[in-house]
Design a protein around this ligand. Structure first.
Ligand SMILES: [Zn+2]
Length: 74
């Protein structure tokens, strides 16, 4: 009796819209706070504020889970 599978069961991958996580090549990120939306941008390191706020992508409407910071132009 085989104790492992050579291949996982085949699954069909479908393009899902706003499945909960942004996967855009060029996301437009905003963070909501105090009744306004502030522009943000992806960054390499998680900033303290990033842990406290949820950023959403205006392109796909999903939340953005990677590190971000407030846009410097703001
Ligand atoms: Zn997106």
């Amino acid at each position: 009796m085989e104790d492992h599978l050579v291949f996982p069961p085949a699954t069909k991958r479908r393009r899902r819209k706003a499945a909960g996580e942004c996967d855009c090549a060029e996301p437009r990120l905003v963070v909501a706070g105090r009744g306004a939306q502030y522009p943000t941008e992806p960054t390499k390191e998680m900033s303290p504020i990033a842990a406290l706020r949820t950023v959403v992508c205006r392109v796909c409407g999903a939340s953005y889970k990677l590190p971000w910071r407030l846009a410097p132009s703001f």
